[in-house]
Write a protein that binds this ligand. Structure first.
Ligand SMILES: C[S@@+](CC[C@H](N)C(=O)[O-])C[C@H]1O[C@@H](n2cnc3c(N)ncnc32)[C@H](O)[C@@H]1O
Length: 310
């Protein structure tokens, strides 16, 4: 089976809404190539400054690349993507353009290897792809999440994920019981496990995500402690948790706020992310109305992540 790499040129301001839309329309993996990255000095995990390859970046604005299984990427889906993005508020139609490439299954792994290198996602967590595991020099004693991106969202380089990792490293304790809703690659569950948590449930609506998450749990030797299964938000949950994590999208998080409150123990944490700036006040208001105290709000590149406390 082949994959479709769909590339979309957009203006920077539209990035959060466009990536959110692509995730909603079923994209498996979204990569952002930002021309302004080329101008920054990048420091690798060894503290060395390195240069990005200009070939991988657009000369101006932002290129969003997203990936679809060729069987689902129909003409009507392509049209729906074009129409939805053309109607995004603030989209610059002079910059907007679309292009499509077919990636053979056999080339897929190498394609990711070009993009994906070890990096620090937060104070304590580093993300290390399996093919660089043996050569990674862990000078800072980072907690290393071994990850191959596969076809599920969650490589740690998206601000919505790294902001969750920042909340997690601040509040999660080994005795906590945790549910990771919309686990994707399983990255946040692996992070919790590295902090010593032994009771974790990871759910996702998407069967493929659960398959990839399980593979990643095995790579991190935590498959014994994490129960991974398909599920829709918290609708089928009957147990109580100390921490509920959900990096999805504002309108989906909205649907689970009341259930999250009911499923949390007193003083428990609800860590949410995937909320675009424009929706954050609405979500914060609803969290407060439900009974939560807002403990910390992180913001990055137009995305907001909220830590609420019961
Ligand atoms: C943005 S990704 C987050 C992945 C990972 N947790 C991270 O932080 O990088 C959102 C995930 O939520 C899943 N999802 C979307 N709607 C869902 C629902 N109603 N119930 C459970 N999972 C859902 C998607 O399949 C996707 O894997």
């Amino acid at each position: 089976m082949n994959w479709i790499e769909y590339s979309i040129m957009i203006n920077k301001e539209a990035e959060p809404v466009v990536t959110a839309l692509l995730n909603e329309l079923g994209a498996n993996g979204v990569v952002i190539e930002d021309s302004s990255e080329l101008e920054k000095g990048h420091i690798d995990v060894y503290g060395e400054i390195y240069e990005l390859n200009p070939k991988d970046y657009p000369e101006h604005d932002i290129r969003v690349k997203c990936y679809f299984n060729e069987l689902v990427f129909t003409d009507s889906l392509e049209q729906e993507i074009k129409d939805s993005i053309a109607h995004v508020e603030g989209i610059n139609s002079e910059i907007l353009s679309f292009s499509k490439t077919i990636i053979k299954e056999s080339d897929w792994e190498n394609e990711w290897k070009n993009y994906f290198h070890p990096f620090k996602a937060s104070e304590r967590f580093a993300i290390v792809p399996s093919w660089e595991e043996d050569t990674y020099d862990n000078q800072d004693d980072d907690l290393c999440i071994k990850l191959d991106p596969g076809m599920a969202f969650g490589t740690g380089d998206h601000p919505t994920t790294s902001m969750c990792l920042k909340h997690i490293e601040e509040v999660v304790k080994p005795n906590h019981k945790i549910i990771d809703v919309g686990t994707g690659s399983g990255i946040l569950s692996i992070g919790c496990h590295l902090l010593g948590v032994q009771s974790i449930k990871a759910v996702d609506l998407d069967e493929l995500a659960i398959k990839v998450a399980k593979e990643n749990f095995e790579k991190n030797n935590c498959e014994q402690d994490i129960l991974a299964e398909t599920g829709n938000l918290l609708t089928e949950e009957t147990e109580q948790y100390d921490v509920i994590i959900a990096n999805i999208l504002a309108h989906i998080i909205d649907l689970m706020i009341e259930d999250s409150y009911a499923r949390l123990n007193d003083n428990g944490y609800f860590i949410t992310s995937g909320i675009i700036e424009e929706k954050s006040d609405e979500i914060i208001e609803k969290l407060k109305e439900t009974g939560y105290t807002i403990e910390k709000v992180l913001r990055e590149d137009g995305w907001v992540s909220i830590r609420a406390r019961k």
